[in-house]
Design a protein around this ligand. Structure first.
Ligand SMILES: NC(=O)c1ccc[n+]([C@@H]2O[C@H](COP(=O)([O-])OP(=O)(O)OC[C@H]3O[C@@H](n4cnc5c(N)ncnc54)[C@H](O)[C@@H]3O)[C@@H](O)[C@H]2O)c1
Length: 323
């Protein structure tokens, strides 16, 4: 057991801080009076997301590619915590490019761990995913579910990274927080189904193409504020060597329900849906999990419950993307 620590007045490195989740995380950590350094190469990150922090005495940006292990070792020094969010999060990509998730997710995580080991850093927070469970036959799926059989290369890269992280913790006296998120949604989303549907409706408000077969997959959508609150709560209230937590909403909804909410947010009531039929019996794409709902009792027992259900999370997100 390690000591419990508060996320205040800490020196924190955030990889992928210019991304969707990262930019919300640093906003919160800055408000909590921490010293933040963002490591990002802007491959999918957006410069404007960091504008509110530029020039602040508690904020530093290191623009670099985390594949550069030597530079990383030089720069990743003196931090109390490393929040490692940088990754290629595009699940669909793995079916056409088999290297990208190995490189951007596994090798980059290894580089972070090596730099931490060499520089004596000992606390890592990692953003993993519900997809590590594969097609679980226990719904809601708790953290101890197994065996874990990922069905996308993205999921396998996250599971591999989790393994590297816990092994580094065990071998080199580090501790880790591994968060398996449901689909995270909210303002500043730059990818995912809501983002796709809103953009399609902007181009064609009469017909909406939806990947898969009606009513689509059934998944949990987690609002970004719940995602950030859950992470911070767990970091401050759990202190094992490997702290593994699901963070998801309490319910799951179909893509059809989600599409109805998106249309409502856009202000359209007579859109006709054109389902593509999908692959492998109605999945949106190869490697798409059909049913996902995470068990969140572990975090609940510690005292954290998400504020939003999936439908509210989707509606709020779609409205923000329309604006
Ligand atoms: N969004 C979700 O629904 C979701 C769900 C589960 C897990 N996650 C995980 O959460 C994390 C953040 O996701 P997001 O949705 O904010 O994605 P994002 O694409 O918005 O953010 C990823 C960030 O990492 C940076 N990055 C990527 N490769 C890099 C490299 N080699 N060097 C430096 N910077 C690099 C990108 O520029 C970007 O700023 C990812 O690890 C993702 O796998 C996301």
């Amino acid at each position: 057991m390690n000591e419990m620590s508060e996320l205040r007045k800490q020196n924190i490195a955030v990889t992928g801080g210019a991304g969707f989740i990262g930019s919300h995380l640093i906003e919160r950590l800055m408000k909590m009076d921490n010293q933040i350094t963002v490591f990002d190469n802007f491959s999918s990150g957006i410069r404007e997301f960091l504008e509110p922090f530029q020039g602040h005495e508690n904020f530093t940006l290191v623009e670099m590619d985390l594949l550069d292990a030597a530079l990383l070792e030089e720069r990743l020094k003196g931090y109390d915590w490393v929040f490692h969010l940088a990754a290629n999060p595009d699940v669909r990509l793995g079916a056409s490019n088999t290297y990208v998730h190995l490189e951007q997710n596994v090798i980059v995580t290894y580089n972070i761990l090596e730099a931490m080991r060499k520089n004596g850093l000992d606390k890592i927070v990692f953003t993993s995913t519900s997809t590590v469970y594969g097609e679980a036959d226990e719904i809601p799926t708790p953290e101890e579910y197994g065996p874990l059989i990922p069905i996308s290369l993205y999921a396998s890269s996250k599971l591999a990274s989790e393994g590297f992280i816990t092994a580094y913790c065990s071998n080199f006296g580090m501790s880790s927080y591994l968060f398996r998120f449901a689909n995270v949604v909210g303002p500043r989303s730059t990818h995912g189904v809501i983002y796709d549907l809103v953009n399609k409706l902007k181009k064609d408000s009469a017909t909406l193409e939806i990947l898969g077969s009606e009513p689509g997959t059934q998944k949990s959508y987690l609002y970004i504020s719940d995602c950030i609150d859950g992470m911070i709560f767990a970091c401050e209230n759990s202190c094992e060597m490997a702290n593994i937590f699901n963070i998801g909403s309490r319910d799951h909804i179909s893509v059809k329900t989600l599409a109805n909410s998106v249309c409502e947010a856009v202000g359209l009531s007579k859109v006709s849906y054109r389902w593509t039929g999908g692959v492998d019996g109605g999945r949106g794409w190869k490697g798409d999990v059909k049913i996902m709902l995470l068990g969140i009792d572990k975090l609940k027992k510690l005292g954290f419950v998400p504020a939003y259900g999936s439908s509210d999370a989707v509606l709020k997100t779609a409205k923000s993307l329309v604006e």
